[in-house]
Design a protein around this ligand. Structure first.
Ligand SMILES: [Mg+2]
Length: 375
């Protein structure tokens, strides 16, 4: 790169930040242990510098779009397109009174992701190379198995991942109706094991639906199913409860998807609450903060797993030395493949961030998204 080019890129500013939102109906009713839904809203940010555009998104309410246009876009516009952590710090400071956890956290994340993509595209680099990769293959696990599925739906989904795509780990939802359907939970776990065979790891996620002793009893009753991952057996806010379940079961106990700041993750790790920390780029403050959350986990000797939105995580995941895997979540995989060209292939159980295209390697199919637009 000549000096002139370097100056042109390092002097680049963020010219505009635009936001839109899309609500996409699910392909079937979906529920976990504690909530049900029939649509998912994606809030998309497009950040421009000159004629280069970076894209980011989050899965949250349309109120995120309002917060971005009212409080964040003006703050970020005019800042250096090279110095994403500077924009991150400014955004975090600005939402003090709005409250960072929740909608503001989602909003910051979507903008942060767009700014990293913009910077990588300005530099004509794949995003994982800009961040500094430690691997080219990012492990994933198939995730869905909603409590609303009947036996056929569960079988078809798990067979697609475990057999057709050879993903060696899959997760289903349990804790149905706040832990009031444990017999069905156990039946579905047994069905899942029968579908995937002995060579695929079985993960379960109760979304905080059980009590402590109940969670331990369910795992004891499922002892012959060799469950490896027990996500949110009790509420992720109940750190002592997580710790007690962790001490009593063979499966790894995990949580962290509702974390919005470093203190949250540090408290969870320091309480000995988890065997593997989870974090979500779309909530924890984007790529800038995900890297720091991973460092918190590493300082406690823990690995980190990325929650949902696999294409939000793919490139930063490749840059995390203590990454365990990413969640190949049915809902978000479906939407990301509907909205973007360049989505990744999980066959064999890993995804490889695109090495040939700048940024996140994705192109938004604007016309395809438009019919779902709500803001
Ligand atoms: Mg979960």
């Amino acid at each position: 790169m000549s000096d002139t080019t370097i100056n042109a890129v390092t002097g680049a500013t963020i010219d505009s930040v635009e936001v839109s939102a899309y609500t996409v109906p699910t392909d079937a009713p979906e529920a976990d242990g504690t909530i049900s839904w029939d649509s998912t809203t994606m809030v998309v940010v497009r950040a421009r510098s000159g004629d280069v555009e970076g894209i980011g998104w989050t899965y949250g309410p349309t109120a995120c779009a309002t917060l971005i246009s009212d409080q964040i876009a003006g703050l970020v516009q005019g800042r250096s397109a090279m110095d994403v952590p500077g924009s991150s710090k400014a955004m975090i400071k600005a939402v003090r009174n709005a409250g960072r956890p929740g909608i503001a956290g989602y909003a910051i994340a979507a903008v942060d992701v767009a700014l990293w993509d913009l910077k990588a595209r300005l530099l004509d680099l794949p995003l994982h190379h800009l961040l500094g990769a430690v691997t080219t293959k990012v492990p994933v696990y198939g995730s869905g198995g909603f409590t609303t599925y009947d036996a056929r739906q569960l079988r078809e989904q798990l067979a697609k991942w475990a057999i057709e795509e050879r993903i060696p780990r899959v997760k289903i939802k349990i804790g149905q109706s706040w832990g009031t359907e444990t017999e069905r939970d156990l039946d579905r776990m047994a069905q899942a094991r029968a579908v995937i065979g002995d060579d695929t790891e079985l993960f379960v996620d109760a979304n905080g639906g059980y009590t402590r002793k109940q969670a331990i009893r369910v795992m004891a009753a499922a002892a012959d199913l060799d469950v490896r991952w027990f996500e949110e057996p009790v509420s992720s806010d109940h750190l002592e409860g997580l710790r007690e379940v962790r001490d009593a079961v063979a499966a790894d106990v995990t949580a962290g998807e509702y974390g919005y700041d470093l203190f949250y993750f540090r408290r969870m790790c320091a309480a000995g609450a988890v065997d593997c920390l989870q974090a979500d780029v779309s909530r924890c403050g984007g790529i800038t903060e995900f890297i720091r959350v991973a460092a918190v986990a590493a300082s406690f000797g823990l690995q980190i797993s990325g929650h949902c939105g696999p294409h939000l995580h793919a490139h930063v995941a490749a840059a995390i030395p203590n990454l365990r895997h990413l969640e190949w979540f049915h809902d978000h995989v479906r939407i990301e493949s509907m909205f973007f060209d360049g989505t990744l292939d999980p066959t064999g159980g890993t995804i490889t961030p695109n090495d040939e295209a700048p940024g996140n390697g994705l192109t938004l199919r604007v016309a395809d998204a438009e019919r779902y637009r709500v803001a």
